[in-house]
Structure formats: C-alpha cells, structure tokens
Design a protein around this ligand. Structure first.
Ligand code: ATP
Length: 213
C-alpha cells in the first residue's frame, strides 16, 4: 500500500459567503510529484496554505506526516535583511546545525553571488529563488510550492524541475501549483481544482486513471 505524506479529507473553506473549497480531498504519496491546476480563483493557494498549516479549514481534516516546506505564491521576505541573514534566521527557526543544504540550493538555483545583498536590491526572480530556498533548506518530507518558478529565467526553470525530480526520487512528496499547460507532463499526478473539489486527472506513475472525487 502506498504511504501518504499528506491526506486532505473533505476540506471546506469559505471567505465570508464565498465558498472556495467544498469537500476537497487529496492524497499525496511519498515519492510523488503532484501538480495542482485550476482557473484563477479556483482555490489553489487556499489549498496549499491549508496543507502547510498556515490556514485552518472550516471543516474536514489534514493529516501531515512530518514537516511541510511551504513556498508561498508571494515571497514573504524582509527588505532590509540580506540573503545570508534570511538563511541564518531560518536556520534558527528550523533548528538546523548546518547551512550546507541551503548553500547547495543557492548554487543549484544560481544566486550564490547575491548572498550579501539586501532583499530590497534583489530582482523579482532572485527573490523567488530565496523564497524557494527557505521552503526547502530544512529538507522536509513534503514540500508544497505555489507557482515556485515565477520570474525564473529558462535555465533556472529547468534546474528547478531537476531539483523537484530529485526530491521526488529521494522519496519526498512534492506538490506544485502550476499555470503552465506544458508542465503537465512533468507530474506523476495532476489534481484539477474546480467547484471547490479536486479531480485527479491522470496517474502516469502506474498507468491507472483515478476517478473523480
Ligand atoms: N484572505 C482572503 N479573504 C477573502 N477572499 C479571499 C482570501 N484569499 C483568497 N480569497 C478568494 O478566494 C478565492 C480563491 O483564491 P485563491 O488565491 O486560493 O485562488 P487561486 O486558485 O490560487 O488563484 P490564482 O490562480 O489567481 O492564484 C478567490 O476568489 C479569492 O479572491
């Protein structure tokens, strides 16, 4: 039986009278690269915030096995701090003995030269690289990434996918919100959010096509 890192069961979430999630279910097995797609406003970011624990559902439950690394759609960074200061801040927050994994991410994403720059001086793409690094540097078993490659140049975009595939191959669960139709082939599974529920559209990993939930 597949072992799940995340189980979302019948989750509901409204903002005022606007019902965004209406009984959403999602299982994310270990070693899976899962895409989440849907129209603007379908509730993708809301779902990821709930999976990360940042937002409480009104009803339903979320089961997480181990820590979740969350890369929000809009970077939450402090303009006056440098890249290095962010890394040290999160090193303490995550209780890490070493910054080696973070330094490796800086190299992989190609922004090691910006270490001493304040966030206010960084380009949008480089801020996003830092946003992604902060989500991954503690090597959690699950990562949920909300449009993580916004502003990336082509080489960095390709390196992002190599990184995501490596995490998947190491047994991590990787959930990526995507707007790009041509990304669909990169995923093992694709969840489409519509009407507040998630349909699993394809299961490339074992050739089984899951039914709609
Ligand atoms: N804090 C909030 N307060 C009120 N309404 C909100 C809040 N956050 C999101 N919404 C609304 O909930 C709906 C779903 O938003 P959400 O950001 O989850 O969608 P999304 O699928 O990620 O959209 P996009 O593709 O545009 O990023 C939208 O109608 C949005 O306006």
């Amino acid at each position: 039986m597949e072992r799940m890192n995340v189980r979302v069961v019948d989750v509901r979430k409204s903002y005022g009278r606007r019902e965004v999630l209406r009984g959403a279910c999602l299982d994310v097995p270990r070693g899976t690269l899962m895409g989440v797609v849907g129209e603007n406003g379908a509730g993708k970011s809301t779902l990821l915030r709930i999976i990360s624990g940042q937002l409480r559902p009104d009803a339903g439950s979320v089961h997480r096995y181990g820590r979740v690394g969350y890369c929000p759609q809009h970077p939450v960074l402090n303009d006056v701090l440098t890249v290095d200061q962010h890394l040290r801040y999160f090193q303490v927050a995550y209780d890490l003995s070493t910054l080696s994994p973070a330094e490796e991410l800086l190299e992989t994403l190609g922004f090691a030269a910006s270490r001493r720059c304040r966030v206010a001086e960084l380009s949008g793409g480089t801020r996003q690289k830092l946003n992604l690094t902060l989500a991954l540097m503690h090597d959690p078993p699950t990562v949920v990434l909300d449009e993580p490659y916004q502003g990336f140049d082509w080489d960095t975009y390709l390196r992002f996918w190599q990184l995501a595939e490596r995490l998947r191959d190491q047994g991590r669960s990787v959930v990526v919100v995507s707007h790009l139709a041509h990304d669909a082939d990169r995923f093992d599974r694709l969840g489409q959010l519509a009407g507040g529920r998630i349909d699993i559209r394809a299961d490339i990993s074992d050739g089984v096509r899951d039914g709609a939930r």
